[in-house]
Design a protein around this ligand. Structure first.
Ligand SMILES: CC(C)(COP(=O)(O)OP(=O)(O)OC[C@H]1O[C@@H](n2cnc3c(N)ncnc32)[C@H](O)[C@@H]1OP(=O)(O)O)[C@@H](O)C(=O)NCCC(=O)NCCS
Length: 389
């Protein structure tokens, strides 16, 4: 049977490869604006510093879902919606009890978010309103799941969510079974605001890629969590704490950094695919890390980081390598009683709003994501029987 043959196939015309898709524009978005050269981040036009100072995670999530600030009535209704959805399905709690106690929480979280679909009879509703429903559930319940995982791993019973606390305060309450101080709750709220969205970062892109096939929101967020886990992305905050433990004190920082750079190894928590100057989120977190360090005498970690920052800026600043969001966040989280293996899950706890908002925005005018690769294999080859190879 004769096969149709393509008329004009040329494998010699090869468009330039954009390494890591950097600088490739694949969509438009109203959510995050980033100027990597100047170190600027805005959500829907509002500078991140203004949001950190004045907003709440709930208000920021509304801003991302609706691309505008809410009125007082809208904010209160949105807050009530999130609170109503905080409890996770009891079947999921039963499943979490079966997870190995030494499982890394990111593996556990990814599996738990995937399992949520089993308890949602409308999991496959990919209408825009259906996706917003899932987005609200996921934003509310990711916190509950992480807190339950944290407690079950220590053989403690999960603590049911309260509806009289903010998203940030309720998470800390579910974690430790005690209400946090207003200062602790506010500090955590600010960390959540800072991590809520960040343009087309690897995990948001991954989530969008999954959603672009018209797959469901749970599959998309499960994919995004898998992407966030890597040490070049969300896993860097944990890696910074490992690095701090190796350095020990500020006096050892210079020798440590020199040895790393000589071996061409990366310093964790510095460098960014987009920022070629200070990541603005790192400046806000540094401010709070300093407050925390001075208040509780945890200054060794903080002063060591300050020293590393000074060396990195002097040695690598001319190459556009500066501290990123993960550099100081660990010091802040440690002070809130969070172990380092939970730093990346906490990133997910916040970013879930940005992921779901970006998916809703992209799929409004969906186009399946399907980039291409320049073929570098043989121009023509033929199958050879096994005995002749
Ligand atoms: C975030 C990151 C992946 C961005 O990467 P990128 O823009 O693709 O840059 P590359 O990894 O290609 O690195 C480009 C150059 O800068 C150097 N560089 C980048 N980040 C560096 C770091 N953290 N420490 C030392 N050198 C670094 C690379 O070694 C490379 O040098 P070369 O050109 O001599 O080979 C990268 O900076 C990194 O790995 N940082 C550490 C992990 C981290 O903190 N991630 C959290 C990001 S929010």
């Amino acid at each position: 049977m004769s096969q149709p043959t393509p008329q004009d196939v040329s494998i010699s015309t090869k468009p330039a490869v954009m390494d890591g898709l950097k600088g490739v524009v694949f969509t438009e978005s109203k959510l995050s604006f980033i100027d990597g050269e100047k170190g600027i981040l805005k959500y829907v036009g509002i500078p991140i510093q203004e949001l950190a100072e004045n907003s709440t995670y709930e208000e920021t999530a509304f801003l991302l879902f609706h691309a505008r600030l809410p009125s007082a009535a809208e904010l209160s209704a949105f807050d009530a919606e999130l609170k109503k959805r905080r409890a996770m399905p009891s079947g999921l709690t039963d499943l979490l009890r079966l997870y190995p106690k030494d499982l890394h929480p990111m593996h556990a979280l990814r599996t738990a978010i995937s399992s949520l679909a089993m308890f949602d009879s409308s999991a496959d509703d990919t209408s825009q309103s259906g996706k917003l429903e899932k987005a609200l559930n996921l934003t509310a319940q990711t916190a509950t799941i992480i807190a339950a995982l944290f407690r079950l791993q220590q053989s403690l019973e999960p603590v049911a969510p309260r509806t009289d606390l903010s998203h940030a305060a309720n998470f800390l309450y579910m974690l430790h079974a005690t209400e946090p101080s207003p200062e602790q709750a506010r500090l955590f709220d600010i960390a959540l605001i800072l991590h809520a969205d960040h343009g087309m970062n690897a995990s948001t892109f991954t989530g969008i890629a999954t959603a672009s096939t018209l797959s469901d929101m749970y599959s998309s967020i499960t994919s995004a969590i898998g992407s966030l886990k890597g040490p070049l992305h969300g896993g860097a905050n944990e890696a910074v704490m490992d690095m701090l433990a190796l350095i020990g004190t500020p006096e050892n920082a210079e020798e440590f950094i020199n040895a790393k750079l000589e071996k061409k190894e990366k310093i964790m928590g510095v460098g960014h695919a987009v920022y070629k100057f200070f990541d603005p989120r790192s400046r806000v977190l540094k401010e709070y890390a300093e407050v925390v360090a001075n208040k509780h005498g945890k200054s060794v970690a903080y002063s060591t980081l300050e020293k590393v920052e000074e060396i990195v800026v002097a040695r690598l600043g001319s190459r556009g390598i500066y501290p990123n969001v993960d550099f100081y966040s660990g010091v802040v989280y440690s002070d809130l009683g969070l172990p380092k293996s939970y730093f990346t899950p906490i990133f997910a706890l916040s970013r879930v709003a940005g992921w779901t908002a970006s998916i809703i925005e992209y799929t409004h005018k969906n186009s399946i994501l399907r980039p291409t690769a320049n073929y570098t294999g043989p121009a023509e080859a033929h199958w050879i029987p096994l005995e002749q190879r």
